[in-house]
Every structure is written in C-alpha cells, then in structure tokens.
Design a protein around this ligand. Structure first.
Ligand SMILES: [Zn+2]
Length: 368
C-alpha cells in the first residue's frame, strides 16, 4: 500500500515539475520575466493564479474557473451565521432538530428535493438531511460532499462544524443553478451525530451502501443511491493560528487534505486528494493546500474502506488539532464572533478547492 501511495505522491511531484517548468532554476524565470515585462522588478513577484508556469488554462479549466467564481464569500459567511443561531446544535436537543429543519429549508429554497436519513442513537430517533444534484448523463454515479451540522461545547459550534457544513451548502447553492449540468451526481450530506462517534455517517453507510447503483423502480432512470465514486468531508475549516497558538492567523495557513493510509482504499483516496490539491493550486484565490495521510475522527472514516475518502480541514487532525492547535475546539468560545475575516476566508478557500475538484470529477458544465 505504501508503494502505491508513494507512487501517487511521486506523480504529484512530476505534476508540480510539469506545471512549473520555469520555476527551476529560478534564475531563468527571473530574466525571462524581466525581459517580458520590460522593466526590472524589485522584491518578490506576485504569483500568477490560474496560470500554470505560463501555460494557459484549457477551455474546461476556464469553465471551472467561472463556476468557482460563483461562490460568494458573504453567502458562505451568512450560512455559518444562520447555523450559529441555533447555538452548538448538540445532537438530541431541540436546537439540533431546528437546525436540521433550517438546513433543509435552505436546500429546498435553492430548488433541491431533500431526503432524510432516519436512525437510532442509544434507542432514540435521530435524523439528518441530504440533497442531490442528479447527473445528466451518469445519474447512477456519485460524489458525496459532507460536513457535520451537529456540534458541542455550549457555544455556537461555528468552526466545528458550521464552517464545514457551510462549505457543502454554499457549493450546493452554486450547483443548484439551472444552467449548470453535472454529468455525474453530486450529493450534499449534512451529517448529524458526528460528535458522538460518527453515528450519522455510519448509519448512512449501513443503510445505503447496499443500495448503490440500483435503478429503482427498474427502467425509471432513477437511482436512489448512485454508486459512490468518492467522499469528501469538511470538518473545522477556519482556524490555522499555529501551535503555540497566535492571535493572528499564521502566514502559512493552509487547507489540509487528509486521506487514511491504513484504509482499504488508500491508493484511491490519495488519488482523490491529489485532484483536490491540484484544484486548489489552480482555483483557490488565497490559500494553498497540503496533503497528508492520517485522516481521522470525522465522517469520511465510515467510507474509507469502501470508496476513496478524504477530509479537508484547517489543520491535520491528529498532529495539530489533537495537540491543542485550536483553543476554541469544543469550547463555549467557538462562536461566530471569534473568527476574523482571514479565518472565514480560509474556509471559503476550501469551498473553492472542493467545488473546482468536483467540477472536474463530476464534469460540471455551463449550458445555455
Ligand atoms: Zn468536527
């Protein structure tokens, strides 16, 4: 397994080299840039975004760029604000149930038909909601985008995980547009009961894995559970202030893409992570992404032995979050007001990353 993943990482190194031919050696690019610009540049040069070592985007890239451009920062923040009105949305509470209703109402307002997964947690009924953009040519295949809407800690669970829920919902809002078609289906899953042990996502897998790819009723062209092609989870998206923790966001803040090396689908998951990494390089506006192999403690875990599964986060879960990198984690201070413009912007860059990757994978196009 390590060999396969190493090969995937080697492939990334090759990609980097291919995309930035002029970056090594640096001197060659300096003189070329100076000649092209017709003037001497002082200090660090701006890094061109959306251009790979001077190679223009393909037509498909340009279309993805336009689609990603439809994400709206204020809308993203507004969804987080909307979720935090219910406090921490702890599972089993009225504020949790109200938040599920609120999420469903938003999805419906954008034109989606929503569905609920019903399951028991310690003998009590629980619910979570999802919506699906149905594929136009391959409705029987699907990517799942997830975030967990429940939280804990007595605050507003703004970062954990309204920030990830809002990534998924903002992408859903964009893809709801009537002029966007996806060849494959995309499902937006707002998990419940993550904080009690991933119970919502586990219930989904237990109930629905066996339904994959089955046309119901036969001949209808409808697939209640399209075949899973990948699962992309978003959990804690905004806080990257280093460790020891600084007041300001760190200058090297990034989006962490993790897969699980010790899973049955490690190779496929690494490949999915690379698609996200490259999508970030091309289409995210403010923050880079980094990839690592210890995905843990989030709703992609129940999928990881069945299908390619990754998580996007503000920090690596085990080595950073788990070692005190976020002082608001599960605390009453996980409030909307605790986060700066830059923090929200980091979460927004994860939305850009995932939408761009999804646009490529599910073949999203703008239709007249
Ligand atoms: Zn979380």
């Amino acid at each position: 397994m390590r060999t396969v993943v190493a090969a995937a990482l080697g492939c990334q190194a090759a990609l980097l080299a291919a995309q930035e031919p002029a970056a090594r050696p640096g001197a060659a690019r300096d003189s070329a840039a100076t000649r092209r610009g017709g003037f001497e540049q002082q200090g660090p040069r701006p890094v061109p975004r959306g251009v790979l070592g001077g190679v223009a985007m393909t037509a498909q890239d340009s279309m993805i760029h336009r689609i990603v451009g439809r994400l709206d920062f204020d809308s993203y923040r507004g969804i987080i604000k909307g979720l935090t009105q219910f406090g921490d949305r702890e599972q089993g509470t009225p504020r949790n149930a109200q938040a599920v209703d609120w999420i469903e109402a938003q999805l419906k307002s954008w034109g989606y038909v929503t569905e609920r997964v019903r399951y028991d947690f310690r003998g009590e009924p629980r619910e979570q909601v999802f919506a699906t953009k149905i594929g136009s040519t391959a409705p029987h295949e699907m990517y799942i985008l997830g975030g967990h809407m429940d939280g804990r800690g007595g605050g507003e669970a703004a970062n954990d995980d309204a920030s990830g829920t809002a990534v998924v919902m903002e992408i859903a809002r964009v893809l709801a547009s009537a002029d966007l078609r996806t060849a494959r289906s995309v499902r937006f899953a707002l998990w419940n009961n993550e904080e009690t042990g991933l119970n919502g996502a586990r219930a989904y897998v237990e109930q629905r894995a066996k339904l994959q790819g089955i046309e119901t009723p036969r001949g209808s062209g409808r697939y209640p559970e399209p075949k899973w092609l990948g699962m992309i989870q978003h959990d804690m998206m905004m806080w990257d202030h280093g460790n020891p923790v600084q007041f300001q966001q760190t200058l090297d803040a990034d989006v962490d893409i993790e897969f699980q090396l010790n899973s049955a689908k490690a190779s496929e998951s690494a490949t999915l992570a690379l698609v996200l990494l490259n999508a970030n390089r091309m289409f995210a506006t403010d923050y880079p992404a980094a990839m690592s192999n210890s995905m843990s403690n989030t709703d992609s875990a129940p999928f990881q032995d069945l299908v390619a599964a990754v998580s996007l986060r503000e920090n690596r879960r085990l080595y950073e979050t788990g070692r005190g990198a976020n002082p608001h984690w599960h605390r009453p201070t996980d409030l909307y007001a605790s986060f700066s413009e830059s923090d929200f912007r980091l979460g927004f860059n994860a939305a850009q990353t995932t939408l761009a990757a999804t646009a490529k994978l599910a073949e999203v196009r703008i239709t007249p």
